[in-house]
Write a protein that binds this ligand. Sequence first.
Ligand code: GDP
Ligand code: MG
Length: 184
Amino acid sequence: MIKLKIVLIGPSKSGKSTIANFLSEAIDYTNTEYRPTPGVRILEFELKNNESSQTEIELWDCSGEMRYESYWPVFLWNAHGVILIYNPEDMEQSSQLEKYYEQFVTNSYVPKKNTLIMAHTKKTGFKASMPDFGDEMSKTTYERVNIFEDSDKLRNVFENYISMVVTDAVDFDQDDLSHFSMSL
Ligand SMILES: Nc1nc2c(ncn2[C@@H]2O[C@H](COP(=O)(O)OP(=O)(O)O)[C@@H](O)[C@H]2O)c(=O)[nH]1
Ligand SMILES: [Mg+2]
């Protein structure tokens, strides 16, 4: 079974924990009382993929607060992918997103193509256009989601992203094996 470590990061109150609860089906995500995440929460669950095999997901619901900045390398350690979550209705969060991109994507070894931006809106019917990000960041897959309006879309976006990362993880394992046999 393939096991993937996926990091959720982004500004505070962007909905990371709500999304993590929904995806892992761990805790009731409709409870709207705000509880800041102290550092990190790790949620483990399994996902069936198309070929009826299963993928084990380790979802790291990380706090984006600056006081946990020294933990960021730990959050990223052995991660296969990064999902950046922000609320596009909040101008401040839009500008903060580039800082998270720089730290979690540009300055990390996680493959850039295994990055996903989720623009998570809270108001129904809010249609945000994609902000004008820098050259490299604007190539990142960008998905608008609204957990209460269309939770099926959110799940689809996540599952499609995971199948893409899985392909990558399989290739990586095969690479490793070929190096191994060559050295025998
Ligand atoms: N109305 C509404 N509230 C939401 C939505 N998503 C999250 N919230 C609330 O916004 C607050 C922050 O969400 P949370 O997931 O804890 O954000 P985090 O700091 O990024 O983990 C919480 O009180 C959530 O219940 C949403 O889609 N609609
Ligand atoms: Mg949180």
